[in-house]
Design a protein around this ligand. Structure first.
Ligand code: RB5
Length: 151
C-alpha cells in the first residue's frame, strides 16, 4: 500500500514521526510536504496535492495533518473523490473506512500525540470498506453532490 502524507507547520513533527513509523513498517510513503518547517506556511499548499493524488489513485490512502486537523480536513474534502475525516479515536479510525470509505485521515499535530496517532494510522490502514448496499447508497448520494455545479 502506498500512503501519502502532507502537513503544514502545525503537523510537521508528527508527519516526520509517522513517516518513520510507516517506512519501518514496510509501507511505501509519498511525502507531499512541507519539506521543511516554516512557521506560518499554509496547509492547502500541501494537503491539496495529496488529496488529488488520493482522488487519482496515485496513493492508496492519505494522512493530512495540521495543528488541529480541522483545516486539513476542510480542504481535503473539497477535492472530488476524497472522503476525509478528522480522527481522534480508534472506533472512527476503522468505522470511517468500513462504512464511509474514508480515504484520507486527518490528524491534529497539536492535539493527538505521536503514540496515539500511530495507533490510529495502523487501524485506518488495516481497515477495508465493507461495501454493503446501504453504505454504497449513501456514498452515491455524496458523489451526486460532488457532481452538482454551484449556481
Ligand atoms: C496553525 O497555524 C493552524 O492554524 C493550522 O495548522 C491548522 O490547525 C488549521 O486548521
Amino acid at each position: 500500500m502506498r500512503v501519502g502524507l502532507a502537513a503544514d507547520h502545525g503537523g510537521f513533527e508528527l508527519k516526520a514521526q509517522l513517516t518513520e513509523d510507516l517506512t519501518a513498517a514496510g509501507y511505501a510513503v509519498a511525502d507531499f510536504g512541507a519539506q521543511e518547517l516554516v512557521a506560518g506556511d499554509d496547509y492547502p499548499d500541501f494537503v491539496v496535492p495529496l488529496a488529488w493524488a488520493v482522488a487519482r489513485g496515485e496513493v492508496t490512502r492519505g494522512l493530512a495533518i495540521c495543528g488541529s486537523g480541522v483545516g486539513a480536513c476542510v480542504v481535503a474534502n473539497k477535492v472530488p473523490g476524497v472522503r476525509a475525516a478528522l480522527i481522534t479515536d480508534s472506533f472512527s479510525a476503522h468505522q470511517g473506512v468500513e462504512d464511509d470509505d474514508m480515504n484520507v485521515m486527518c490528524l491534529g499535530g497539536r492535539v493527538t500525540g505521536h503514540a496515539l496517532s500511530w495507533d490510529l494510522v495502523q487501524i485506518f490502514l488495516s481497515a477495508q470498506f465493507k461495501g454493503l448496499e446501504r453504505f454504497r447508497r449513501r456514498l452515491a448520494k455524496v458523489e451526486a453532490l460532488e457532481r452538482l455545479k454551484k449556481s
